[in-house]
Design a protein around this ligand. Structure first.
Ligand code: PLP
Length: 455
């Protein structure tokens, strides 16, 4: 491709590119000039700690040498449409099944997270002959029409009025629970009872699947109370409903285990994945299905597909990425570095504006509040989209960026999910920056002027 300078890139971007989830006039993107490991540099030479691994996908870090080398070999495996078998597609499917829960047996490849979820919905409907799909309010499953209908948070509003039969239920949210429970198990029982009633009211024999992020990510890393996911599994078994776990964000070592479901005592019927399978070096997603579902399609037509299912380039990149996880022991490293991050996050509780910290592996969120006692959130629910983004969270994220700590927020939670290759020293450096910003933010913005608190 011909060389273009930074000024030209920015001008053409302004003139010709539409950016997601934003009023276009408010978008002033920087250009990434270079990326290496957990760092990247912008067009002014400023260095950033990439503390959200771009959009929680760059698990192996920027410019990983093995992937950069692999790009030189692109084209050696001939391009082939989905009807052909290729070395990369077959090998990657095997590598994924080798690390998936023991009941999993085959992979259907898609292009990214959202369309993987769309295909999982279709598969669930084909296998069960039922049409209703349950998913949760505090969830994000993607922006296509199907995944948009699955999503529970505000980004679903543009696909509404939605598809008939897409039913939402509540996500247990321990920090913001109003009822006092004696234990996490008691909280799980309460939410499972409510879910059970909802299933009854909707007609269990109509429900194809319950769809859930085992640990909702964008919605604030909501680690479930003990026994909850296992309880959902039991409800599914009671009623012949399929349980589908969206591991698009939580999969491939993010939580300190290969998949988030590996932390719990159950196996889903299907899992969807994307991001970490190639770490974004090439787009890829997919649906992993159980032996029973795979067998069903031995004699029934799998009525779904797409031009790039199992795309040669993406699956080739996926194979190398899977080898990197293994060769560099990145899953174990994520668990170990998760402990270092956890210790630093716990220390943040001393700040007046920190309501809660939640973490599992290198998947974490810091929830900010105006008042610790009332838990008044920094921004009200639903203020992320559709309004001008000039609120307190936008200010805080902007300050982090000025200090070289790159991440994003959703509602009042700041996401912290760095590349899994991060070291102890780098975690401490980045979290020192985070504390500096928090101190500065509290002093100069949040508690500086009483009128801020009433906004
Ligand atoms: C849990 C989850 N599912 C699905 C998606 C959608 O993935 P994509 O943007 O690749 O379509 C995301 C994206 O962040 C996600 O976090």
């Amino acid at each position: 491709m011909e060389k273009v300078d930074v000024a030209q890139i920015k001008q053409m971007d302004r003139d010709y590119v539409l950016h997601s989830w934003a009023k276009q006039k408010s978008v002033h993107p920087k250009v990434i000039e270079k990326g290496e490991g957990i760092f990247f540099w912008d067009d002014e030479g400023k260095k950033y700690y990439d503390m959200c691994a771009q959009l929680v996908y760059l698990n192996v870090g920027h410019s990983h040498p093995k992937l950069m080398e692999e790009f030189k070999h692109i084209g050696e495996i001939p391009l082939a449409s989905p009807g052909f078998a290729t070395a990369s597609k077959a090998s990657l499917a095997k590598k994924i099944i080798d690390v998936a829960p023991s009941n999993m047996s085959k992979v259907f490849f898609a292009s990214g997270g959202a369309d993987s979820n769309d295909h999982a919905v279709k598969i669930a409907r084909m296998v069960t002959g039922r049409y209703k799909i349950f998913s949760r309010y505090r969830s994000y499953h993607g922006a296509t029409f199907g995944a948009g209908n699955l999503s529970g948070e505000g980004r679903r509003f543009t696909v509404e009025p939605g598809l008939p039969g897409f039913i939402k239920f509540d996500t247990p949210y321990m920090y913001r629970e109003y009822i006092h429970f004696e234990s996490q198990e008691a909280m799980s029982d309460y939410y499972l009872d409510r879910l059970n009633s909802q299933i009854m009211y909707e007609g269990p024999e109509q429900i194809a699947a319950i769809f859930m992020e085992p640990i909702p990510g964008s919605n604030g890393v909501l680690v479930p109370p003990k026994g909850y996911l296992e309880g959902v599994r039991k409800l599914c078994d009671n009623y012949g409903i399929l349980m589908i776990c969206d591991e698009v964000m939580s999969g491939f070592g993010r939580t300190g285990k290969m998949f988030a479901v590996d932390h719990f005592d159950f196996e889903p019927d299907m899992m969807t994945f994307a991001k970490g399978v190639t770490c974004g070096y090439s787009p890829l997603g997919g649906v992993i299905v159980s032996r029973e579902i795979a067998d069903y399609f031995d004699d029934h037509v799998l009525m779904t597909g797409l031009t790039y299912s199992g795309h040669t380039v993406s699956t080739q990149i996926g194979c190398v990425t899977m080898d990197i996880y293994n060769d560099e022991h990145l899953i174990e490293h994520s668990a170990a570095m998760g402990n270092i991050l956890a210790a630093r996050l716990e220390k943040l509780r001393r700040f007046d504006s920190v309501g809660d910290v939640r973490y599992i592996g290198l998947f974490a969120a810091v929830e900010l509040v105006k008042d610790k006692k009332t838990k008044d959130p920094l921004i009200a629910y639903g203020m992320d989209y559709g309004k001008d983004k000039v609120g307190l969270m936008t200010k805080f994220i902007g300050m982090l960026s000025e200090y070289g700590f790159y991440t994003y927020s959703h509602e009042s939670s700041v996401i912290i999910a760095p590349p899994l290759i991060i070291t102890e020293e780098q975690i401490n450096e980045a979290m020192n920056l985070f504390e500096d910003v928090l101190t500065h933010f509290e002093k100069t913005v949040l508690f500086a002027n009483p009128s801020v608190m009433s906004k």
